[in-house]
Design a protein around this ligand. Sequence first.
Ligand SMILES: Cc1ncc(COP(=O)(O)O)c(C=O)c1O
Length: 369
Amino acid sequence: MVNKTSSSTYQPGRNINDIQKTYGIKKVIKLASNENPLGPSKKAVIAANTITKYLNRYPDSKSINLKKAIQEKISKKNITEDNIIIGNGSNEILELVARKYLSQNSEVLFCKHSFLVYKIISNTMSAKIIESKPISTKDNSFMGVDLDSMKSKITSKTRVIFIANPGNPTGVALPIKDIEVFIKKISKKIIVVIDEAYYEYSSYYGFKSGISLLGKYPNIIITRSFSKIYALAGIRVGYGLASKEIINKFNDIRQPFNVNYIAQRMAKESLSDDKYLKKSLDLNNIGMQFLKLEFDQLKISYLKSSTNFITFYLGNKTQQVYEMLLSEGVILRSLENYGLPSYLRVTVGTKDENIMFIKKLKKSLKRIL
Ligand SMILES: Cc1ncc(COP(=O)(O)O)c(C=O)c1O
């Protein structure tokens, strides 16, 4: 059963041990949290092992070496270390945005079915949550942010807008030029967060980053994660890019040692491992094409994803299939608390995991019919 919790409680994917015990099965695969199935870069793992003897020391409070590596990777003249903040996951950066800019008297705006953390952090600050409507198609194959609807919801109290590009759990990306048209039209007093947790994947599919907008608009914050393509979800590290003024504000309120030593080091090494990046993206793309083909053959609609997951439509069979898959050792993400009870989200896994998922999905669908 899906735990019944408030729609704004974050529900992580079910864990493997729990499913093994509940159903008395050995082989369980987790395709629920958009993790990279390859595991972290070997370079990052080796570096982590070499520094364990120094863990009596506090980490670098400014994460300077990691910032330098990010700056080098981004390679844009207007991005210096002063424009970067490192966080305990990109969630920490999102939380800093809420703490700095939201309050009881302010409004926060994001599209319906957005990443649940936006709601959680806004609630913490007692800000009023306003949700714009998404654009969707009748055949359940698209669900993107409707920037016109978003614009129509802006009031004099709007302080922060969150746009995940691509979105989670939709997987849908917007062209950055559309986002720029939107940003151009709105007050510079409103902070616009472009959440690029899945940027590396969407870039593979031809979508551009919002980084080019940073120099032009002072009210933009870009967030990125090491949890997805770089497979460091367990160690918690992400970053934010913004004007020096905004970054300084975050530095004033963050914990001094918010990013642990191993996380800083592993993230830095990961950025320099281009072979690993390519291997991860290629593996994801092969898995993505395989899953899409199988969905097409099963006549299952799915949202157009530019990430490492696919959100697919099962209508009134969704809950039953979700539970049957769990009992067969396949953990997916139920999207009930995202207001999408007729969809499930599957993370692209290894070749064997993808094959097992499809096999068990077919079995579950047959049993229901
Ligand atoms: C859209 C989006 N933003 C941010 C995050 C948070 O990532 P992190 O692990 O870096 O905190 C996630 C994680 O699932 C996400 O999907």
